[in-house]
Write a protein that binds this ligand. Structure first.
Ligand code: NDP
Length: 341
């Protein structure tokens, strides 16, 4: 099956912000090796309502949130920064379990309590999109935000997932999304961000596969303003078209692989031989798709580096510290945290 793309609704428009408009100038601090961190408690709306911490606070909101390794990742980077620059001595990152119905109130409270920045994870990325006062140009076509920055008028919204993906693919495979043929698996929030990033960076072609045809069609409709139909198409993962390009970058943005019992999101053997396979799933670190890629002798990697780079970019938006400086400390902390789970 091959689906055409049609023009569709574009996500809400509102004031733009530039991605790296920062209030704290870059500095020459050293990233030191911080001591091991104690686990961050899981907080709730009541804790937010009673918030009286005087320092600079950051947070991730999700539901559930217990599994998130963002607090150790960010706090390791912040502890390293604080070792070389006293401005970061009172910065700390917290996690809150916030059900979707409580998200509007939580965002109001976080703003009133002057949290400098917020990350959003499942299921809040799309829900929060309509609750930001300003939206970054790159996040607008995604229709979802994973990073908010405090501003006197309200939240500024960004999406750093695409940057995380592009950076991970460059570092892991030595390849750019620009000029690449991409086969993207999935049509949910992560796939939406990946598709927009691929098209905005100038991929040569994008073929998107998804289990549920209606969800695929909806995504393709939203992508239509970004790409000519010749550059972007959809297909059923059960019936990959014969004319898909060889040497493509296969990116799994489905959640198939989170459980051992999950089916493969696509049969790699049914595709023209890809160049490499990137699975956004990082926990478990080895999925059936990655095992299938290894069996075919294909370069393959899980999503941990994407997680690290989206986090480092979020911290850059809040702090002004270039993502490349904090990513190594975040990567070490993320690996250690996963090792403890
Ligand atoms: P969504 O729930 O929005 O989308 C889920 C997608 O997976 C849909 O396309 C869905 O297809 C598909 N899917 C689910 N189960 C199956 C299955 N059994 N077989 C085939 N397809 C299936 O989730 P997200 O887009 O937010 O996240 C997707 C994955 O990406 C998750 O594993 C998440 O952990 C990972 N991720 C990793 C990040 C990182 O930094 N490494 C960042 C963001 C996400 P259908 O439409 O048919 O339901």
């Amino acid at each position: 099956m091959s689906l055409p793309i049609r023009p569709g609704r574009s996500p809400a428009s509102r004031a733009s912000v530039s991605t790296l408009e920062t209030q704290i100038p870059d500095s020459k601090f050293q990233i030191t090796n911080p001591p091991p961190l104690s686990p961050s408690p899981v907080l709730d709306l009541a804790a937010l309502a009673a918030w009286a911490r005087p320092g600079t606070s950051l947070a991730v909101l999700g539901h559930p949130i217990r599994h998130s390794i963002s607090p150790p990742m960010h706090n390791a980077a912040l502890a390293g920064l604080a070792g070389g620059d006293p401005r970061f001595a009172d910065w700390e990152y917290f996690r809150f379990d916030i059900p979707p119905t409580d998200l509007p109130r939580a965002l109001e409270l976080l703003h009133a309590r002057r949290f400098r920045g917020v990350n959003l994870t499942v299921p809040h990325k799309v829900l929060a999109f309509d609750r930001v006062a300003h939206i970054d140009d790159a996040a607008r076509p995604v229709g979802a935000v994973n990073t908010l920055r405090w501003h006197a008028d309200g939240w500024e919204g960004f999406n750093t997932d695409g940057y995380g993906l592009a950076t991970a693919i460059r570092e892991t495979f030595g390849r750019e999304l620009a000029g690449a043929d991409v086969i993207l698996l999935g049509a949910g929030g992560a796939a939406r961000g990946a598709a927009v990033e691929c098209l905005q960076r100038g991929c040569a072609s994008l073929a998107v596969a998804n289990r549920t045809a209606a969800n695929l069609e909806a995504l393709l409709r939203d992508l239509a303003p970004l790409a000519a139909a010749s550059r972007c198409r959809g297909f059923s993962p059960a019936e990959p078209p014969r004319d898909l390009p060889a040497g493509a970058l296969v990116i799994n943005a489905t959640s198939a692989g989170l459980r051992d019992s999950d089916p493969l999101p696509v049969d790699l053997g049914a595709l023209p031989r890809p160049a490499a396979v990137y699975d956004m799933i990082y926990n478990p670190p080895q999925t059936r798709l990655l095992a299938a890629a290894a069996a075919l002798g294909l370069p393959a990697a899980n999503g941990l580096d994407m997680l690290v780079h989206q986090g480092a970019r979020a911290l850059e938006i809040w702090s002004g510290v270039p993502a490349a400086r904090t990513a190594p400390a975040m990567a070490a902390a993320a690996r250690a945290a996963l090792g403890r789970q």
